[in-house]
Design a protein around this ligand. Structure first.
Ligand SMILES: *Cc1c(COP(=O)(O)O)cnc(C)c1O
Length: 407
């Protein structure tokens, strides 16, 4: 008989230590609510960072995924995938685009956008035109190229030389864009509203001038709508608010409703260099993702859905404006469009997010000292009212209790 072997309990997680996670987990969700294993309910105004666009366990999406799961999951892009043809056609019909490439994430959608822009100039006989102008404070993803596009030092540090070909200009500064254009410039890449950067909108007229510069210099206009797209701002695409039409748009987050899905949309002209063999993906656009993506569009494109998002967004912003007036030591501004809303905090954002969590409400931090509210697009007044109650309670927790007077 040998002595029993006791395995010492691990004192650490086996995961890469890349995330500073909240000490919370959720077992199920329903609409805008998520539930811990012990049954505690949290109001989800982060929606997996703008991903659960139609709420948790949406019956339309659950049915679409379950039905497809019983048929076929994956075939690869060696074969035709009818769901891709259909989703691409619907996205094209509803937008500026003629062509769509499906990927699995926002960063991958942006990689495709960057490659498409460079390849366009290459097939036009200008391989030297590969540089892309991007905006400070942008977030385009965590691959080596999209990190270089975002240009944020804190994310680039320690990962070797920054990938060449990206020129950052200060936020909202048209003169800086003009000055950055050279004979090597291929495109300007910009979020219609900076999401991670702090729900920052550009000055009025900015995009008209950007489009004019693109036209004058033969540049492609790439809009990163990974966060703003698919109804988040109350229009199907946020570029519709800008009054200009892009040449290339990247999507992800909301289009899969929680299933990993990204897409790169382009005009026929902009996509003309992307011929067989120039780009690819194993998983991108697989039948499961396409079933869910088409179901998301069924809901978002239904009559009145985007009107509802705009109305709910307006109601939320009005109530938040009143909150800011009443609690200026906690919040000092409201910004954003539709249900992409930022509360500018007068306290450190991690403390505010933790105070909301203590009230059982989930929100996401962002740059520029902003707390982001990104609820499912399906919420109504009841969920906004519930959120305001929790926000009020969180504000009160920051404020000194009123002095009690004794007789
Ligand atoms: C989240 C985000 C990305 C990156 O998406 P991933 O799916 O994490 O790769 C890129 N651009 C914008 C604007 C985003 O908000």
């Amino acid at each position: 008989m040998s002595a029993p072997v006791t395995v010492p309990p691990k004192s650490h997680s086996s995961l890469f230590n890349t995330f500073a996670r909240a000490p919370l987990e959720f077992e199920r969700g329903e609409g805008a609510w998520v539930f811990t294993p012990s049954g505690e309910a949290y109001l989800d105004f982060s929606a997996g960072i703008a991903v659960n666009s139609l709420g948790h366990a949406n019956p339309v999406l659950v049915a679409a995924l379950a039905e497809q799961a019983g048929k076929i999951w994956h075939t690869s892009n060696l074969f035709r995938i009818p769901g891709q043809e259909r989703l691409a056609e619907r996205l094209a019909d509803a937008s500026f685009a003629d062509r769509v490439f499906f990927a699995n994430s926002g960063a991958e959608a942006n990689e495709c956008a960057i490659k498409t822009a460079r390849r366009y100039h290459f097939v036009n006989g200008h391989p030297e035109r590969f540089r892309i102008i991007t905006v400070e404070g942008a977030f385009h993803g965590r691959t080596l190229a999209t990190l270089a596009a975002g240009g944020q030092e804190k994310y680039l540090e320690g990962f070797g030389p920054k990938a060449d070909g990206f020129d950052q200009v200060p936020f909202g500064d048209i003169e800086a864009v003009k000055a950055a254009i050279t004979p090597e410039t291929a495109a300007i890449m910009v979020e219609p509203i900076q999401g991670e950067g702090g729900v920052r909108s550009f000055p009025p007229g900015y995009f008209k001038e950007i489009r004019a510069l693109c036209d004058a210099h033969g540049l492609l206009l790439v809009m990163d709508e990974v966060q703003t797209g698919v109804g988040r701002t109350g229009k199907l695409f946020a570029y519709e608010w800008t009054g200009v039409t892009p040449d290339i748009v990247s999507l992800a987050k909301g289009i899969g409703g929680g299933f990993p899905l990204g897409a790169c949309l382009a005009t026929e002209e902009a996509a003309k260099g992307m011929t067989p063999g120039t780009h690819g993906t194993t998983f991108g656009g697989n039948p499961l993702a396409m079933a869910v993506g088409n179901a998301v569009l069924d809901v978002v494109l239904a009559d009145g859905f985007l009107d509802h998002v705009r109305e709910t967004g307006l109601y939320l912003k009005q109530r938040l404006a009143a909150l800011v007036d009443q609690h200026p030591t906690v919040f000092d501004g409201v910004r954003g469009e539709g249900l992409l809303v930022g509360l500018h905090a007068a306290k450190p954002v991690p403390e505010v997010v933790a105070a909301l969590r203590a009230q059982h409400m989930l929100a996401a931090g962002a740059g520029d000292n902003v707390v982001r509210l990104l609820p499912p697009l399906t919420i109504g007044k009841a969920e906004v009212d519930a959120a305001l109650e929790k926000l009020e309670a969180a504000c009160r927790a920051f404020e000194p209790a009123p002095a009690t007077h004794q007789a």
